[in-house]
Design a protein around this ligand. Sequence first.
Ligand SMILES: NC(=O)c1ccc[n+]([C@@H]2O[C@H](COP(=O)([O-])OP(=O)(O)OC[C@H]3O[C@@H](n4cnc5c(N)ncnc54)[C@H](OP(=O)(O)O)[C@@H]3O)[C@@H](O)[C@H]2O)c1
Length: 320
Amino acid sequence: MNILITGSNGFLGSYLSNYLSKWHNVISLVRSRKDISIHNDNVQYIICDLRNKELLMNKLDKIDLDVVIHLAAITKNRINSSFNENIVITKNLLDCIKDKKIKQFVYTSTCGVYGDVDLNKVKEPIDEDYQCYPNYDYTISKFRCEKILKNYANQYSFNYTTLRLSVIYDMKTCPFSELLNFVKSTKIIPLINSGKNYIQPISISDVKRVFRLIVNNSESFNETFNLSGPKPIRFVNLIRLMENELGLKRYKINIPLKFALFILGLSGLVELLGFKTIFNKDKLKRVCENSYYNTSKIEDLLNIKMESPNEGIRNIIRNS
Ligand SMILES: NC(=O)c1ccc[n+]([C@@H]2O[C@H](COP(=O)([O-])OP(=O)(O)OC[C@H]3O[C@@H](n4cnc5c(N)ncnc54)[C@H](OP(=O)(O)O)[C@@H]3O)[C@@H](O)[C@H]2O)c1
């Protein structure tokens, strides 16, 4: 199977390019071969910026493709308007592959398209039919790309699969390893709203497994799936889990969200004066949102069970 993976220099792309190349002929689209260490001899590379449609058309012209996995996206940026690029690059890619008679286009969206889950109203984990209320430029751009993909797939008769991912963790990189280092090195842990919000992270090994099973799987065609850990965990409990595993006890202080936002408002003023700050209001609000997703659709289809975050954290700590 010839698989094109966009965004292969990124966090998920570097994992998937290497992993799927064990079974498939992987063609990785990157903007530059900047980090040579993540590249693999079994993988063919195309160097192209997806904003350049003409170049993209040329690069893909003579390549036969069966499956396209579209990961490339602006995922973090200080300027919200740059998330519009997600729409531009997705449309460009769709324009260049629409006549290629591909079997499947896999799109990585985000569970963030549902917006903040109000746990006073939502009693059951939310499934894929739940109304979407994306509330940040990033999540709005991802949701719009979902819709654009559906329209192209209908109009040009190819199959799509949309995966709505929650935050992914692995052994080495952020966000869990950063949190772990923080718990190791800091005696006092500040927790926004006492860390009561729920998160539902998914391990990279589960994500890789799902991609392997979903590629060219006709039962996944023209469907949307939540792809998150099996159950939510309160942020403060994640910290406690880390403390237990590390044999440490940390003092926790509560920082009300409103107060944190006020402080960030001040840092916004600091930015206006030309200085850089590491966090912004949107990021802070996103970190405090609740996750409560139902993963049974994908688990039932592929006959798998996702790894619990407790197990994942233990693995990270034992391997760190
Ligand atoms: N990681 C998560 O927890 C998570 C959760 C939910 C959804 N997702 C989705 O999963 C996908 C992959 O996420 P990730 O964490 O791997 O993101 P990432 O590390 O930020 O990687 C994104 C990649 O897209 C590439 N890209 C951006 N604009 C491009 C352009 N114009 N042309 C070519 N390449 C371009 C970037 O290239 P450069 O390296 O050259 O900048 C980067 O390598 C994204 O679509 C994201 O929205 C991820």
